[in-house]
Design a binder for this molecule. Structure first.
Ligand code: ACM
Ligand code: ZN
Length: 483
């Protein structure tokens, strides 16, 4: 028997019979011994009983009940449920293309339904700065607006905008009601064209450059030699921390090419003064200063896995593993570090179903191949990003995210031994009308698991030209770790 609930509860016992549910009459009780998010739910002829430690568990019981109740009569059952991982995140990139606040809230509502508890909000990048800043107004006047050649929005004179502090506070409050924390990402030292085009003195060369208008990796990163760069970073982080109460701050750290640092006298002087070996260690120094500052304010810091390349990164950093051919994240976790799994080949929702079919996302074991038992304990959870270079509108986003985002939700909550793709597919089919009612247009079922011969088409159906061997391997061997 399949209970129509996503994510699948970890323990269900059917006790025979069925009843109409009265959600207005639930008997609640507390049990101190439960973990925060765990709940016990009993449905029988007497009604509904819920036990939890407090509000969070009760909320998740309500989310389960909401789905069971939708089918009318509910089977009598006993559920004891608790998540596989404490960190269950989804990331939205609002830098490349923005979403309206209502669109963001629609995603939060959907995420809450599937028991995500982290919204990682990617709010600045080479193509735009999206947070209102009172301290650094040029971030909005210049850094939030880009020219319209390049990707998308070709009919407009300028593309851009930013979220006001009031709007951001509204989103955070909306999340709080749903037990979701909002983790802001301020990417540094790379992916900072919006910062350095607003304040050119932050780059090594100090020259005025425009915002980028295409996707890519760009050379004009923050100068690690100039003290005023650190003052600026601390200043903007102060403003961000004032806005976002979450204990986590994400400082990016990915894709930071070092060409400018190699040719910058201030950066080279810093390497000498700090007795660093090379420019990779300089990125470690940069990250560690920022992390020390954030830690002094009581925050925990997340960073993309490239931050490990320096070999000197602060060990408290939580590593977001997205693409790590050198297996440094595994080494880090095996030595006691904490990591979050966001694997590019399985969890990146902006890639076509041809490369990442639903079954591949679902069946991915969210542990890395070379993790020891210590390393496995270091996996805090999962996160699925939607990058928006090629996702300009809400309908496209719905198509790319759903139902794959729900697959990640289930793998974040449901323990591996209880996960089951066939049952998931039945349950997710039942979610399609629910999503549509919310205003999300998921991909048609015929596209979830495309046959092999159409997997190598891009999002527009054209045959992909430069498909990489590892992408082919990833498609042929969906459950194997790529190298
Ligand atoms: C990333 O996709 N550059 C984290
Ligand atoms: Zn420099």
């Amino acid at each position: 028997m399949i209970l129509n609930v996503i994510p699948k509860p970890n323990s269900i016992e059917f006790t025979g019979g069925e009843s109409w549910l009265d959600l207005n009459s639930i008997e609640y009780s507390l049990n101190e011994n439960f973990s925060d998010e765990a709940y016990y739910l009993k449905i029988d002829e007497k009604g509904i009983q819920v036990v939890s430690k407090g509000e969070k568990g009760r909320y998740y019981a309500a989310k389960t009940l909401e789905q069971i109740a939708a089918t009318g009569k509910a089977p009598h059952c006993t559920i004891y449920d608790a998540p596989a991982f404490p960190y269950r995140g989804f990331m939205i990139d609002s830098a490349r293309h923005m979403q309206t606040i209502d669109e963001i809230k629609t995603y939060i509502e959907a995420a809450a339904r599937y028991k995500f508890n982290i919204f990682h909000w990617h709010l600045c990048d080479d193509q735009g700065w999206r947070i209102e800043s009172e301290k650094y107004p040029l971030l909005n006047e210049k850094g939030s607006w880009r020219d319209c050649h390049g990707f998308g929005s070709k009919n407009m004179e300028k593309y851009g905008g930013y979220y006001t502090k009031e709007e951001i506070r509204d989103v955070i409050a909306f999340c709080k009601e749903r037990f979701i924390e909002v983790v802001p990402e301020i990417d540094m030292p790379g992916h900072v064209t919006a910062m350095v085009s607003s304040y050119p003195e932050l780059s090594c060369r100090g020259v005025q450059i425009p915002l980028e208008t295409t996707g890519g990796i760009f050379k004009n990163i923050l100068c690690a030699g100039k003290e005023e760069v650190f003052d600026f970073c601390f200043g903007i982080l102060d403003e961000v921390m004032e806005l976002f109460p979450c204990k986590y701050i994400h400082i990016g750290g990915d894709e930071a090419p070092k060409a400018r640092w190699c040719n910058c006298s201030a950066c080279q002087q810093r390497i000498k003064d700090e007795k660093l070996g090379n420019v990779e260690e300089l990125q470690g120094y940069f990250a560690n200063r920022i992390i020390a500052y954030l830690e002094s304010k009581g925050k925990e810091v997340l960073a993309w896995n490239e931050s490990l390349n320096s070999g000197i990164l602060n060990k408290n950093t939580i590593i977001c593993d997205w693409m790590d051919r050198a297996h440094k994240s595994e080494e880090f976790a095996n030595q006691g570090g904490r990591i979050i799994i966001e694997d590019f080949y399985h969890y990146y929702l902006d890639y076509p179903y041809g490369m990442t079919p639903l079954t591949k996302t679902y069946n991915y074991e969210p542990y890395l191949e070379k993790l020891s038992s210590t390393g496995r304990n270091g996996v805090l959870g999962v996160e699925t990003p939607i990058w928006t270079e090629y996702i300009e509108d809400f309908d496209r986003m719905g198509y790319m995210c759903f139902p794959r985002m729900i697959a990640v939700a289930e793998r974040g909550w449901t323990k591996s031994m209880n996960a089951d793709y066939e049952s998931f597919k039945v349950r997710v089919r039942n979610e399609v009308p629910v999503l549509r009612k919310m205003g999300i247009k998921p991909a048609d079922e015929s596209e979830w698991d495309p046959p092999f011969n159409i997997r190598f088409r891009d999002t527009w159906g054209h045959l992909k030209k430069n498909i990489t061997p590892s992408a082919i391997k990833a498609t042929l061997f969906p459950n194997k770790e790529e190298d």
